[in-house]
Design a protein around this ligand. Structure first.
Ligand SMILES: Cc1cc2nc3c(=O)[nH]c(=O)nc-3n(C[C@H](O)[C@H](O)[C@H](O)COP(=O)(O)OP(=O)(O)OC[C@H]3O[C@@H](n4cnc5c(N)ncnc54)[C@H](O)[C@@H]3O)c2cc1C
Length: 531
C-alpha cells in the first residue's frame, strides 16, 4: 500500500479520485493509462455501499426492452422532477457500461443461451436487472474492479486516509487535504492537484438507523459545499421500510421479497396497520410503507414483520441471510415477528453536476451517490444507482482526458484545530437526523435541527463532526424550505404536492446558513451536541 508521508510525496499532476467504491474505481480504470491517485478512507472493498448491493444494475439489455421504456420508468417514480434527458442518457449508455464491467471481469449471471440473465424489480416495467449469483452483485463487481485496479500500474491507491477539505483558489481546485483515518492527532497532509473527482458515496450514516457503512457520512458533500459548490436536491433521502432492529449498526435489511411472499407488517398488538393506509397494504410503494412503519413506531406501538404464517419453517431455506441476521440476535423468524424500522438507504441529492459530471467548482468533478445528476428526482428507481455510478464515472474520465490542466499549485493548508470527537456527539447528531429530518418531517422539528446543526458546523472542534454537521444542515435546511410533500420528502404540515414547487432544488451552504440565521431565536434553548 502506498502511504502519504508528507505533502511532497504526492505525485505531481495526478488526477485525484476520492473514494474506492464503484464510481471511484471505475473512473480510475477508465482514465488509465493516465496517472491517477485513488484515496479511500477504508481499504478497497470495505466501507463502500457498492460492495453491499444485492439487486444489481438496471440495464435494458433484454430482447423487447428499450432505453426509452427504462427512462420512462425512472421518470414515473421520481415525483415529477427527474431530468428526462439525463434519465434517457443513463438508460442508453447502460449496455456499453455492462460490457465494460464484463471486460473488467465481473461474472454477471447468464441464461442457458449464454445471454445476460435479467431479473425484475419493483416499478420496472420489464426484466432488466443484471445480477451476479442472485444477490451478490455488489460484492462481485467490487472484487473484480479491485483486482483490475491493483493490476493497473498507472493507478496509485492510498488507503486509510480521509479527505477532510478541498483546497481552492478563486473557485478553482488546487488540492486536497487528507488525514489518517481515525487518528485525530495525525498531521493533515496536502496533496496538490488541479483535478479532483469526488466519489465518496452517500449520507446514510448521518442517520441513527441506516443500511449504509459508517464511511457514508456525507463528508464528500460537506467538503464541496464548504468551498461553495452548488448542492442539488439534498432534502430527498430514500428510506428502506424494513431494516431489522436487532441492535446492529448498520442495520441488516429484511428484503422486500419477504413482503412479496406474503409476510405482513403488524404492531405490538398484532394489528396489520398498512391495511388502513393503502389499498396495496404491505406492497404499497417503498416511501408509503416507510411512513406507515415510522408512524407506528412513533405512536409507541412498534412495528414487526411477521412471516410466521407466510413462510414459517420455509424461512431459513428461502431467505438464509435474513434468517441468519435474526437468529444471531435470538429471534427465530419462522416462529416470531421480526422488529423492523425504516432506515436511511440512498441519497437522491448531492453535489450538483452537469452531464460530464462537472461541479460548479473548476477542476472538481463528482460521480456516484455523492453527486446529483437529476436522474433520480425525488425518489430513486431500484438499481439505477449503480448504473448512474458507472455511466458518470466513464463520462468524467472522458471529460478529464480531453482537457489540459495547469500545473498544480498548493494553496494554504487548512489546519483547523482537531480534537477528539465528544463522546456522544455523533450519536446525538444521528438521533436528531432520524427524529427531526427523517421519514416524516415538519417545520418545527426541522427548524430545531437547523439551529442545532448550524451552531455545530461553526463551532465543532473535530473536523469529521464539523463536516457531518455541514451536510446535516444542508439536508435539514432544504427539507425546511420545501413546504410540500414530494417523493421521499414528506412534510406532515404540508402533506400534499404543490405544483408550484415541482422543480429541483439548487442550493449552497451559504443559503443553508442564511436559513439558520433567520430561524435563530435566542430565547430557544439550543441543544448542544458537544460543540
Ligand atoms: C445495502 C445496500 C444495498 C444496495 N443495493 C443496490 C442495488 O442492488 N442496486 C443499486 O443500483 N444500488 C444499490 N444500493 C445503492 C448503491 O450501492 C450505492 O448508491 C452505490 O454503490 C454508490 O457507489 P459510490 O461509488 O458512489 O459510493 P460507495 O460505494 O459508498 O463508495 C464510497 C467510497 O468513498 C470512500 N469515502 C467516503 N468518504 C470519504 C472521505 N472523506 N475520504 C476518503 N474516502 C472516502 C468510502 O470509504 C468508499 O470507498 C444499495 C445500497 C445499500 C447500502
Amino acid at each position: 500500500m502506498t502511504t502519504l508521508d508528507n505533502a511532497s510525496s504526492s505525485a505531481a499532476n495526478d488526477v485525484i479520485i476520492v473514494g474506492g467504491g464503484l464510481a471511484g474505481l471505475f473512473c480510475a480504470l477508465k482514465l488509465s493509462p493516465r496517472p491517477v491517485t485513488v484515496i479511500s478512507a477504508a481499504p478497497l472493498g470495505e466501507g463502500a455501499s457498492s460492495a453491499w448491493a444485492q439487486g444489481g444494475i438496471a440495464a435494458a439489455v433484454a430482447e423487447g426492452d428499450s432505453a426509452e421504456a427504462h427512462a420512462a420508468d425512472t421518470v414515473a417514480v421520481g415525483g415529477g422532477i427527474v431530468d428526462e434527458d439525463v434519465a434517457l442518457g443513463l438508460a442508453r449508455e447502460a449496455g456499453a457500461r455492462i460490457h465494460d464491467l464484463l471486460a473488467y471481469g465481473v461474472p454477471f449471471d447468464r441464461d442457458l443461451e449464454g445471454k445476460l440473465a435479467v431479473g425484475r424489480e419493483a416499478a420496472h416495467s420489464a426484466r432488466r436487472i443484471v445480477h451476479v449469483q442472485g444477490d451478490m452483485a455488489g460484492k462481485a463487481i467490487i472484487a473484480a474492479l479491485v483486482e483490475a485496479v491493483r493490476k493497473t500500474p498507472s493507478i496509485r491507491v492510498i488507503e486509510g486516509y480521509v479527505a477532510e477539505a478541498l483546497l481552492t483558489d478563486n473557485n478553482e481546485v488546487t488540492g486536497l487535504q487528507v488525514r489518517k483515518t481515525g487518528d485525530v492527532t495525525a498531521t493533515p497532509v496536502a496533496i496538490a492537484s488541479s483535478t479532483v473527482v469526488l466519489a465518496t458515496g452517500g449520507i446514510g450514516h448521518l442517520y441513527a438507523v441506516t443500511t449504509n457503512p459508517a464511511e457514508a457520512s456525507g463528508l464528500g458533500l460537506a467538503i464541496a459545499a464548504r468551498v461553495g459548490a452548488t448542492i442539488a436536491d439534498p432534502e430527498f433521502v430514500q428510506f428502506h421500510p424494513t431494516a431489522i432492529m436487532v441492535g446492529r449498526d448498520p442495520a441488516p435489511l429484511a428484503t422486500e421479497a419477504l413482503r412479496g411472499e406474503g409476510a405482513t407488517l403488524v404492531n405490538s398488538k398484532g394489528e396489520r396497520f398498512m391495511l388502513a393506509l393503502n389499498p396495496l397494504a404491505e406492497l404499497a410503494p417503498r416511501d408509503i410503507v416507510a411512513r406507515g412503519v415510522f408512524a407506528e413506531i412513533a405512536a409507541g406501538r412498534g412495528a414487526f414483520l411477521d412471516a410466521t404464517q407466510a413462510l414459517g419453517e420455509r424461512f431459513a431455506q428461502k431467505f438464509p441471510t435474513v434468517y441468519a441476521s435474526c437468529m444471531a440476535a435470538g429471534i427465530d423468524p419462522a416462529k416470531q415477528p421480526i422488529p423492523v424500522a425504516p432506515a436511511a438507504h440512498y441519497h437522491m441529492g448531492g453535489i450538483a453536476v452537469d452531464k460530464q459530471g462537472r461541479t460548479s467548482i473548476k477542476g472538481l468533478w463528482a460521480g456516484g451517490e455523492v453527486s446529483s445528476t437529476g436522474a433520480h428526482g425525488a425518489n430513486r428507481l431500484a438499481s439505477n444507482s449503480l448504473l448512474e455510478a458507472v455511466v458518470y464515472a466513464a463520462r468524467i474520465a472522458e471529460d478529464i482526458d480531453g482537457q489540459t490542466f495547469s500545473a498544480p499549485r498548493l494553496t494554504r493548508l487548512i489546519v483547523p484545530e482537531n480534537t477528539a470527537m465528544p463522546a456522544t456527539a455523533e450519536a446525538d447528531l444521528r438521533t436528531m437526523m432520524s427524529s427531526h429530518v427523517g421519514v416524516i418531517r415538519d417545520g418545527d422539528h426541522l427548524a430545531d435541527a437547523i439551529r442545532t446543526f448550524a451552531s455545530l458546523e461553526q463551532a465543532a472542534a473535530n473536523t469529521a463532526l464539523r463536516n457531518m454537521a455541514t451536510t446535516a444542515l444542508i439536508v435539514a435546511a432544504s427539507a425546511w424550505a420545501r413546504r410540500e410533500s414530494r417523493g421521499a420528502h414528506f412534510r406532515s404540515d404540508y402533506p400534499a404536492e404543490d405544483p408550484a414547487q415541482k422543480k429541483r432544488t439548487m442550493t449552497t451552504l451559504d443559503q443553508a446558513r442564511q436559513i439558520a440565521a433567520e430561524l435563530a431565536e435566542p430565547s430557544l434553548k439550543k441543544r448542544s451536541l458537544g460543540a
